[in-house]
Design a protein around this ligand. Sequence first.
Ligand SMILES: [Zn+2]
Ligand SMILES: [Zn+2]
Length: 231
Amino acid sequence: MPDHHDHDSNSTHTTRRGFLGLTSRALAVATGAAALPTVCFSPAYAADPDELPTVPLAERGSLVMPRFISRPQWRARSPKRRSTRIYPARGGVAVHHLGPKRFAASKHSFCPAQVRGIQNTHMDDRGWDDIAYTYLVCVHGYVFEGRGVGIRTAANGTNDGNDRYYAVCGLVGGGSAYDPITDQLIQGFRNAIAHLRSVGNAGTSITGHKTFMATECPGKLSAYLSAMRPG
Ligand SMILES: [Zn+2]
Ligand SMILES: [Zn+2]
């Protein structure tokens, strides 16, 4: 059974009153205020000035995240569309894994290609706008930028889940034989969640994908949700 049923049907309903309820005028003022930090928001990714809900947020907290791999760094494709219809202050972060097969790469040098493969599958086979997740974390402790801060995901299985929760996916999976859950993986989740709270307006809830629908996801990560809570 596939982990992810939802698609990007709401992405076409782009609104001028999106994240944080900002009006387009407020966004315009904000976008004129300062140069964008490059660590999270690449110019290619943020092409449309009306689609920059992240700008005011960037001023809210630190953008620095250890072992962060931005979209240009993993050579992400540009999204087909982006929706800012996400209200994560009412929820928080949903945790995912990759499914019933083992996935973790033995060497970190393999991880960026794995993330590109996931993006290709989501965009080409499933027809989604972009890679489904907000962030992806590997067993080596690196956090890959998926859709990023302030962007609605397609990963959480229901409109309610996608309305209120970011989606962070561990690059692990398995059944009775499961990828090792490394300390670095859990620390990567902690870093990603702290970051989403700091600059992404995420609420304090951390839950598994299966909260929203019938799925095994996030597999063995279900036992680590409290360990992922930032200090
Ligand atoms: Zn999932
Ligand atoms: Zn890695």
